[in-house]
Design a protein around this ligand. Structure first.
Ligand code: KIV
Ligand code: NA
Length: 263
């Protein structure tokens, strides 16, 4: 398996090959995911909920993400490593750059930020300085208190138009990947068709360029709320590695997500 780069992901999108992404937080799971065919891993700030037991992602620090990114990087050989920028670490472009440097030095190949048009200057500054950016639109968990809960986004005409505009803005600013979370499947398909960069869906329908799930959700070990878009791949699997391989296969053949996982 050759190392996965931003070019690999773009080529997969251009050929219509689906990209498989999972969250990952340590070296052992990183090695397991790598040998199981996962294309890219995300050190998500979801670790605040699934590893640290918090009620939201807001308490996660840049040090937390750097620590887990370094652990994942040690277990990895070929996957593209994306690290989340935590809440409050990219309020200004310069702050974003200083914090992104910490994650890149810990072993990330790309950083992810939640937001749209307002992040254009930040995305431009990071990408011009050699830091690839993944944007994240739709349900953005760091804004849970602004959104008034974890709710499906882009359901109104106005909401859908805003999402289209934000997607175009982050692409124009230089983002090379876009996560779409908890939006109607039709909107996920439209935004993906409108862009030339790959989209990675989580509750955004099967027509995104790829899919992501939180590892603890797809292994059925997270004790909290189970979102509609979650599927437990341990059902019928003989081992954790089997479950991860089943996830990769289901993303590739588009049997996941099914209608029951979509909005
Ligand atoms: O933190 C995370 O795990 C994420 C994914 C759900 C996209 O941002
Ligand atoms: Na996240």
């Amino acid at each position: 398996k050759k190392p996965v780069t931003v070019h690999t992901l773009q080529a997969m999108r251009d050929k219509g090959e689906k990209i498989s992404m999972l969250t990952c937080y340590d070296a052992s799971f990183s090695a397991l995911m790598d040998r199981s065919g996962v294309d890219t891993v995300l050190i998500g700030d979801s670790l605040g909920m699934v590893c640290q037991g918090h009620q939201s992602t807001l308490p996660v620090t840049i040090g937390d993400i750097a620590y887990h990114t370094a652990s994942v990087a040690r277990g990895n050989q070929t996957m593209l490593i994306v690290a989340d920028m935590p809440f409050g670490t990219y309020a200004t472009p310069v702050a974003a750059f200083d914090n992104a440097v910490k994650l890149m030095q810990a072993g990330a190949h790309m950083v992810k930020l939640e937001g749209g048009a307002w992040l254009a200057d930040t995305i431009r500054l990071l990408t011009e300085r050699g830091i690839p950016v993944c944007a994240h639109l739709g349900l953005t968990p760091q804004s849970v208190h602004q959104m008034g809960g974890y709710k499906v986004q882009g359901k109104t005409l106005e909401g859908a138009e805003l999402l289209h505009a934000d997607a175009k803005a982050v692409q124009a600013a230089g983002a090379s990947l876009l996560v779409l979370e908890a939006i109607p499947a039709t909107l996920g398909a439209e935004v993906t068709a409108q862009l030339h960069i790959p989209t990675i869906g989580i509750g955004a329908g099967v027509d995104c360029s790829g899919q992501v799930l939180v590892m603890h959700d797809m292994l059925g070990v997270f004790p909290g709320h189970k979102a509609k878009f979650v599927k437990n791949f341990m059902d019928g699997a003989a081992s954790v590695e089997d479950a991860v391989r089943a996830y990769v296969a289901a993303v590739r053949d588009q049997s996941f997500p099914a209608a029951e996982h979509c909005f």
